[in-house]
Design a protein around this ligand. Structure first.
Ligand code: GLC
Length: 393
């Protein structure tokens, strides 16, 4: 279950893990041909040419505002295709993805968990990879940006094991990059709309500093794995030579400890990724205030300024890959929060991606906004605020 350790004044913290019940250089542009299996039988075949001129900041500007399809392909209730519905009880459909696009979301983050779909040699079950591709294509077909990652996969990128010995580190890096190689090969021909994110919230689960940025050694390991990830993806060539890559720090945490030690790999197409269900008490703690206060506003402002100083100003664009506030029967306050959050992030060209897990009660972890079965928006006013706030000048 979700755990939180408050950093200092407990202001801003990355949220996390719960589950639920609830080409090339040589321009090979090996064009992928894909068929989107929409129920609408919209069938499209596309040869994808990567726009090699577009910069990471320009891409982030175009990504504008996004939506997470959480507790879907990241759920791990089984090791076959039924894992997708093991938490949310709703399969992802083309209609659902279309509804997000139609509303105005320009980026879809598709968290994916892999460890339960691997054989003992770390080969990905081809049926799983095909299903991931099918969902990616739902969104690519809509001309949205798409992010895929390694989500609840701390057992693949096992930081604790990495720290044991050089040999252990090498074993982890080997399997981690082996899995990424297979994913990268599958999506090699996709253009700049598809982004890979190295890890979700890499951390040692249950450790003392799990939610406060980890230890120096743990952060170093994450830097090394991020760098191995970048090298691995680039080595797969094709459009992966140019692909935009997102990397998080420890636990994707917004704590200073984590942010200060992030090493951005030497590569022009990196986007820094961080999670911020902030301010924590308003956004995440079911027992705390349901009113978005002036002090909450100030905490957000100082957080965005930090991201600007540490990354954006230095030429590294930022995506807040997960943000959201739980339902406390306080829709008007959530709308205020959504507008304030995205509007102020947009000032630094920071793109925000709402976390939706198809959970609609009140309190803890209830981030649902759109009914995954019908594609109907239950909180259209929050969506509107997120979208309007994110518009770039
Ligand atoms: C994390 C978890 C996800 C959880 C979310 C909010 O990214 O991976 O499962 O629901 O944070 O807690």
């Amino acid at each position: 279950m979700k755990k939180f350790l408050c950093v200092l004044s407990a202001v801003i913290i990355a949220g996390t893990a719960v589950f639920g019940s609830v080409g090339s250089a040589e321009s090979t542009v090996s064009a992928v041909t894909y068929t989107a299996k929409a129920k609408t039988t919209k069938t499209k075949t596309t040869a994808q040419k990567f726009d090699t001129k577009i910069t990471a900041s320009e891409v982030v500007s175009q990504m504008q505002v996004g939506y997470n399809i959480g507790n879907g392909l990241d759920a791990y209730g089984s090791n076959d295709l039924s894992s997708e519905t093991s938490w949310s009880h709703a399969k992802i459909t083309k209609e659902y993805v279309d509804a997000l696009k139609k509303k105005g979301f320009k980026t879809i983050r598709i968290p994916v968990t892999w460890y339960n779909h691997l054989d003992s040699n770390y080969n990905i079950d081809s049926k799983w990879l095909d299903r991931v591709k099918e969902v990616v294509d739902y969104a690519i077909d809509d001309d949205t940006y798409v992010i895929i990652n390694m989500h609840h996969d701390n057992s693949i990128y096992d930081i604790e094991k990495c720290l044991k010995s050089t040999k252990d580190y090498s074993a982890v890096e080997k399997r981690y990059t082996k899995v990424w190689k297979q994913i990268a090969a599958k999506f090699k021909g996709y253009d700049e709309h598809l982004i890979f994110e190295s890890m979700n919230e890499p951390r040692i689960e249950g450790s003392a500093n799990e939610w406060s940025g980890g230890t120096k050694q743990e952060r170093n390991v994450i830097n090394k794995l991020n760098s191995a990830f970048v090298k691995t993806i680039r080595a797969t060539k094709g459009n992966n030579t140019y692909r935009f890559l997102m990397i998080p720090g420890y636990a994707a945490s917004s704590s200073d400890a984590s942010l200060n030690d992030v090493k951005i790999p030497d590569d022009k197409r990196i986007i820094f990724s961080v999670h911020a269900y902030s301010p924590y008490f308003f956004a995440f703690d079911e027992n705390a205030s349901s009113t978005f206060s002036k002090s909450d506003e100030n905490q957000l402002l100082s957080f965005f300024e930090t991201l600007n100083n540490k990354f954006v100003k230095k030429g590294i664009p930022v995506v807040i890959g997960e943000m959201g506030c739980i339902n406390k029967n306080n829709t008007a306050e959530r709308v205020k929060w959504a507008k304030f959050y995205t509007e102020n992030a947009a000032k630094y060209n920071i793109t925000c991606i709402w976390w939706d897990n198809n959970a609609f009660g009140t309190g803890s972890e209830n981030f649902g906004m759109v009914d995954r079965k019908t594609g109907k928006f239950k909180y259209p006013e929050i969506a509107k605020a997120l979208i309007e706030g994110s518009e770039r000048n």
